[in-house]
Design a binder for this molecule. Sequence first.
Ligand code: SF4
Length: 517
Amino acid sequence: MAYEPVWSANPEKLSKFEFVKLQKDGLDIIRTILEKYALEGFDSIPADELDLFKWAGVYQQKPRNGHFMMRVRINTGIMTSDQARAIAEIARLYGRGLIDVTTRQAVQFHWLTVENFPDIFRRLEAASLYSYEACGDCPRTIVGNPLAGIDKDELFDTTAIVEQLNDFFMLNRDFSNLPRKFKLSVSANYYNNGQAEINDLSFTPAVKIIDGQETAGFHVMVGGGLSAKPHLAQKLDVFVKPEEALKVASGVVTLFRDYGYREKRHHSRLKFLVADWGAEKFKEKLFEVIGELPARGEDKTLGWQAAYFDGVHPQRQEGLSYVGLNVPVGRLNSDELNQLADLADSYGEGKIRTTMSQNIILSGIPNNKLPELLQAPVLQRLSPVAKNFISRTVSCTGNEFCNLALVETKERAVSVAEYLDERLQLEEKLRIHFIGCPNGCGQKHVADIGLQGSLIKTPEGMVDAFDIAIGGTLGTGDQGPAAQFTRPLKGRVKGERVGPVLEQLITFYSEQRSETE
Ligand code: SF4
């Protein structure tokens, strides 16, 4: 039986959208789409129902003329070549061939119509892929280590745990009406491949002596998130054995569901509850739900590699390598994805892996096949050795498709990266992130240079402009520097001036920085 919401006893404290969710569970929209709207067309969809489409993984896209964006969950970014082909085919048939890799390792289609959805859901399900709950007030795509299982730098393989968590939460009506979205990260990689501090709940690698034995498991962070009010997740004083990860995750989501704020949409993420309670009270409440856990052990996070894997690298398995490819601002087309799927089968282990830096990894390549693989025509554009700036540029969707965007981002990001690559030679690679509004999907808060779109008034009218912030980083473990968000610089730069201004800024930085910067 579906969970009975305790918060509905206080209706005066609920935001308007909570009433919509109380009348209809978000998951019910999937059946309504199939049985009604796909047959009767876009004009038959009432506005309230459109908001529930998120539970099916779709948003209305810009321009608002009946087209949709759909997000597909790729948990921790790992998919088979056949799944990649299914994605490529859907994009070719219905999405003008366009595929975007997101900063949460998912993929997105554009230009879909509601009449397309039944066939798309069917094609996805046939490939064991799902758009369900990729958006909406529910547990979404689980991010983490795209190298799980092949990683020289992971404490243990997290693949089975991620599958267990995904199978438990997806389409689970006990957790399909949360106060807001819930972002989960699972990684046992030593270099923070799960970007732990910016998720609602993160499992990170740790060990602890239990009954005289060193036991590998997780530490836990809660309450991270970006957007206009970014919060870094807080560490809980607990050690979690791998087999207890599901119990902990379900306890945390239960606390969020039952105690999370439902009065204002912009004040509903778990981060606000965690900030108010503090880590100690949150832990005590968690223990009330799931029982006690041992205290923290030894943290095994040693650094942060910002989810970049470009180039050729040895795997845990002797004689095999993975190849990290640059996908400029995360966008590729269906032909390219098909070609990558063929390469994954011919040269590798039949897997394609997406990263939180919006890039792709081919894995399981025998070392003697690497020279031939690297000659593949598709790797000319999706290169393992892309130039410095284009290889480190991330962009959200922007106003090409996103209704919340103030400015265009992806084309701007590519042109700025190309401008800088033509002019600047730096030894290190600076990460530049573009976002089109304060929501932060492009994760500008953790960039070396983060650019947030806005509009400014000029004699010629309103034009695109960007606020610039610098110095974001995520955590590097108990011994290393702590995570911090970007700090804003004064002023706002017209879109057309971003390239030259960044050229000046980076030149100044490279000439003036101290040795430790
Ligand atoms: Fe849209 Fe804003 Fe997210 Fe960019 S950051 S995709 S503009 S909501």
